[in-house]
Ligand binder design. Structure first.
Ligand code: AMP
Ligand code: ZN
Length: 136
């Protein structure tokens, strides 16, 4: 066993319920699904978070996520699809091998998005947008 459970899956050391693979990516079912069919899409190489992923992989990852999402609509009659990625512990990342969650959703499935806060006023919001822009 290596230190990374997803690398172990890639190398066939532990099993997974494989859905699809490409040269550089693997898609398999999440063992503890939010809804049945919840699929993880991962790069075959080990990169800990979004910020370590080479941007050249983006096209292939996006295509796989689209294919999996379409298959979920056909297979488990998903009425909606959430795409999610947790980066770093405070955001809920448990496995430090970058991965995307493709989650089938249904009307009235009991889940809701995160609670939303407010800016004090529009100026505060615009000033923050400008600060962010300055850091890009
Ligand atoms: P995250 O919290 O974003 O790091 O998500 C890690 C996900 O990996 C969780 O949703 C787990 O249920 C899932 N997971 C952990 N181990 C396995 C495994 N062996 N096979 C499939 N999914 C797994
Ligand atoms: Zn890994």
């Amino acid at each position: 066993m290596s230190e990374c459970i997803f690398c172990d899956i890639i190398h066939g050391k532990i099993p997974c319920a494989k859905v699809y693979e490409t040269k550089n990516t693997l898609a398999f079912l999440d063992i503890a699904p939010v809804n049945k069919g919840h699929t993880l899409v991962i790069p075959k190489k080990h990169y800990p978070t979004l910020f370590d992923l080479p941007s050249e992989l983006g096209k292939e990852l996006l295509e796989v996520m689209q294919k999996v999402g379409e298959a979920l609509r056909k297979t488990v009659q998903a009425e909606g699809i959430n795409l999610g990625m947790n980066n770093f512990k405070p955001a809920g990342q448990l496995v430090f091998h970058a991965h995307f969650h493709i989650i089938p959703r249904y009307e009235n499935d009991g889940l809701s998005l995160w609670p939303q806060k407010k800016y004090n006023n529009n100026d505060e919001m615009l000033a923050l947008a400008q600060k962010l822009a300055n850091n890009i």
